[in-house]
Design a protein around this ligand. Structure first.
Ligand SMILES: O=C(O)c1ccccc1N[C@@H]1O[C@H](COP(=O)(O)O)[C@@H](O)[C@H]1O
Length: 202
């Protein structure tokens, strides 16, 4: 199975084009106000118009109301939505009625969430560290026996460790932000290219 590669925390058209040219399958746009990588829906929309017809644009949310999520996703013209934080199942289903959902869970919540979304093709699980965007890798060895088939992996991934993470867990997709930056919200071109290359060749 070919791994999907998502480069998150895109805050400019320039960095969107850079990541797309590096070969990313998906770009993440963070709309959570707490983030150092906060982007406006207008910039995300403009970025999406500059990366061609194939690259997915994922709107990232943390602890925001349903109305805000749906309005922002529409304004930004994203193609998928990534949901962090504790959320009722009904909320996730309501978003999934409009957008494919990447449901982000911490290892502690994996068993419950995996059971909830096993038969819902519109919801894909992503495992991440408890502190999103913190650059801290998960304990891959501890997850080896429980990592769900088809799930994505995030948490402290970068050029130097993505191959080992893939070897340990065989995720369907990998996602990274802080280890690809020159400064918060600004991509380091070499790190982005090397991350995509390392994931592709693993
Ligand atoms: O990066 C952020 O600032 C952020 C804020 C709120 C929700 C999600 C955020 N980022 C997500 O964090 C993971 C991995 O980040 P890292 O590679 O460990 O720095 C990824 O899913 C981002 O989309």
């Amino acid at each position: 199975m070919t791994v999907r590669v998502k480069v998150c925390g895109t805050t400019s058209v320039h960095d969107a084009v850079l990541s797309a040219q590096a070969g990313a399958d998906a770009l993440g746009f963070i709309f959570a106000p707490v983030s150092k990588r906060l982007v406006t829906p207008q910039v995300a929309r403009e970025a999406g118009l500059n990366v061609g017809p194939v690259v997915a644009r994922v709107g990232v949310f943390l602890g925001q109301g349903l109305d805000e999520v749906l309005r922002t996703a529409e304004a930004a013209r994203v193609s998928a939505v990534q949901l962090h934080g504790p959320l009722p199942g009904l909320y996730v289903r309501q978003v999934a009625a409009y957008y494919p959902v990447l449901r982000v869970v911490r290892p502690a919540d994996l068993a419950a969430e995996a059971g909830m979304w096993r038969d819902e093709p519109g919801v894909t699980l992503m495992l991440d560290a408890p502190e999103p965007g913190g650059g801290v890798p998960l304990d891959w060895a501890a997850l080896r026996d429980v990592f769900p088939r088809g799930a994505w992996l995030a948490g402290g991934l970068g050029p130097a460790n993505v191959a080992a993470a893939m070897q340990a867990l065989n995720p369907a997709g990998v996602d990274a932000v802080s280890r690809l930056e020159a400064s918060p919200g600004v991509k380091d071109p070499a790190l982005v290219r090397e991350f995509v290359r390392a994931a592709r060749s693993s």
